[in-house]
Ligand binder design. Structure first.
Ligand code: TYM
Length: 345
């Protein structure tokens, strides 16, 4: 059912599978903050997703809390945006099972993220690929479809999962609308992917995305990295021998990536950046400026993150608990409609 009376619904989430990266910030968290007034917004900590790969419970507990504090640090308004832990709203896993029964093995086997993550797991010395890693995109579809989300803010790497979500919704609408009073069972959601910042690449290997789990941490900027570490990573970022600050993804992928980070953080266009450095003899000044831009932005976030840690138990947890209860209520009618439509009532 399209949501016509209110603002469009936006739902999104981040996995607490490792520390938050600059890619997570630019591709997802910052756009949540920037669009918070446009949407009725649900932003959760995708903790059930974080157990789809090998994990350590102590680290998971720490990372879950850190995602919440990072949402706060980046400026999400806890009184406006519904922020919650996914595992606190039980209907996510309930719907995931129903959707799994409407998804083929072939579809899941085609997911490039599954192939990449499975390859990494094998590379890390394990032959054990959890089944949850394969079915994880269906859990993501359940997260989204449960709330009748119109829009989902994600980085470009989630595009294929969004297509799967849309296919599942359309397939089930076709099959069950008759038993749902002639109305579609699910809203078919649109991915909301920014032009700049939606695909930040690894600094050492700009052919792969910057990720929480890349083997060499030096290619990934973490939001909590110190200024020294950030400076070192940017200084060592892979460039080329053209010595021209030019946006050419094919010939100069490393510089193009650094320019995207620069553009995303300053709001400058890529051609303005090219003009600014047109007379520079090499990449030195550009990199020095970029280090300052990244450090300035992350310094602010780090200060607020430390504030968030202090109020986590007293202020943030009660809000999270209240939100989870509200969300559980909000999705109740939807869950009942789904059960009825598939013949359980
Ligand atoms: P996750 O936790 O891997 O990443 C969280 C968000 O950050 C974006 N992102 C990036 N954006 C730009 N450049 C990068 N290098 C980069 N790396 C990550 C991701 O695209 C994502 O938006 N399956 C999701 C979590 C999820 C979800 C959902 C999202 C679970 N259920 C429902 C939206 C709606 C994931 O693993 O994201």
């Amino acid at each position: 059912m399209k949501n016509t009376n209110h603002k469009p619904i936006m739902l999104s989430g981040i996995q607490p599978s490792n520390r938050i990266t600059l890619g997570n910030y630019l591709g997802a968290i910052r756009p949540y903050v920037q669009t918070a007034d446009m949407f009725d917004m649900y932003v959760f900590v995708a903790d059930l997703h974080a157990i789809t790969n090998t994990f350590d419970p102590e680290t998971l507990a720490k990372n879950r809390k850190e995602v919440v504090c990072m949402y706060y640090a980046c400026g999400l308004d806890f009184n406006k945006v519904k922020i919650f832990y996914q595992s606190d709203v039980k209907s996510h896993t309930e719907l995931a099972h129903i959707l799994t029964c409407h998804t083929t093995l072939g579809e899941l086997n085609r997911m490039t993220q599954f192939k990449d993550k499975a390859k990494k797991a094998v590379g890390n010395g394990t032959e054990m690929i959890p089944t949850g890693l394969l079915t994880y995109p269906v859990l993501m579809a359940a997260d989204i479809l449960l709330y009748d989300a119109d829009a989902v803010i994600v980085g470009a790497d989630q595009k294929q999962h969004m297509e799967l979500t849309r296919n599942i919704a359309e397939r089930m609408n076709k099959k069950y609308s008759k038993r749902n009073g002639g109305k579609p069972l699910f809203v078919v959601p649109e991915p909301y992917i920014l032009k700049t910042g939606a695909r930040i690449m690894d600094l050492l290997d700009p052919s792969i995305k910057m990720s929480k789990s890349n083997i060499n941490e030096k290619g990934t900027i973490f939001v909590m990295d110190s200024p020294e570490v950030i400076a070192d990573k940017i200084k060592k970022a892979k460039t080329d021998s053209f010595n021209k600050v030019k946006y050419d993804k094919e010939k100069q992928p490393g510089i193009a990536n650094l320019m995207e980070i620069y553009a995303a953080l300053t709001g400058m266009t890529l051609s303005d950046i090219e003009k600014t450095y047109k007379d520079a003899p090499n990449y030195g000044v550009f990199k020095t400026d970029l280090i300052k831009i990244v450090c300035d932005e992350l310094n602010k976030l780090q200060a607020r993150f430390n504030e968030a840690l202090k109020i986590y138990d007293s202020k943030l947890v009660p809000i999270l608990e209240k939100n989870a209860k509200e969300c559980s209520k909000i999705v109740q009618a939807k869950t009942e409609a789904i059960y009825k439509a598939i013949g359980m009532k």
